[in-house]
Design a protein around this ligand. Structure first.
Ligand SMILES: [Zn+2]
Length: 150
């Protein structure tokens, strides 16, 4: 089992994404599909978990498998992505519903119990790759989660 030391939160940046569309985006080779000209051509989806706007949690990648969601941090992190664009808060007015946020908190608590080795929770935009790419992802201050979990 790989060591898991951090959780990184993301947003898709598109309000209508589905697990299928994200999988297509991540796994289609660039240029192969005219509907996905920006296909990334990875061997599997990059995120371990995805919350869709209906607040359903989708387990999209085994936690033992290294994801592809935050360059430089993938080896020891779990990537959680919420479908949505823009600001997450205020809840039910931004892209995140109260139910989605409660799910995110619940999942984070479960992961912190499952992996006592987790030391950090990050928003993608706080990490080097996110800063370099000028990401606003995940559209909220992870300090809110940090404060609720301590
Ligand atoms: Zn991201």
């Amino acid at each position: 089992m790989r060591p898991i030391r951090q959780i990184t939160y993301h947003q898709t940046g598109y309000p209508n994404d589905t697990v299928e569309s994200i999988t297509r985006w991540h796994t289609t080779a660039p240029g192969d599909d005219p509907k996905n000209p920006k296909g990334l051509g990875w061997s599997h989806i990059g995120y371990h978990f995805i919350f869709t706007p209906d607040a359903v949690l989708h387990k999209t990648l085994a936690q033992g498998v290294v994801g592809n969601h935050c360059r430089g941090d993938n080896a020891d992190s779990i990537g959680i992505c919420c479908v949505g664009a823009g600001a997450a808060f205020p809840l039910d007015k931004g892209y995140m519903t109260l139910a989605m946020f409660q799910g995110l908190l619940r999942l984070t608590r479960q992961l912190l119990v499952a992996y006592p080795t987790i030391r950090s929770l990050w928003g993608h935009r706080e990490r080097a790759s996110g800063i370099e790419q000028r990401k606003s992802c995940p559209g909220f201050e992870v300090d809110v989660l940090r404060a609720l979990l301590t």
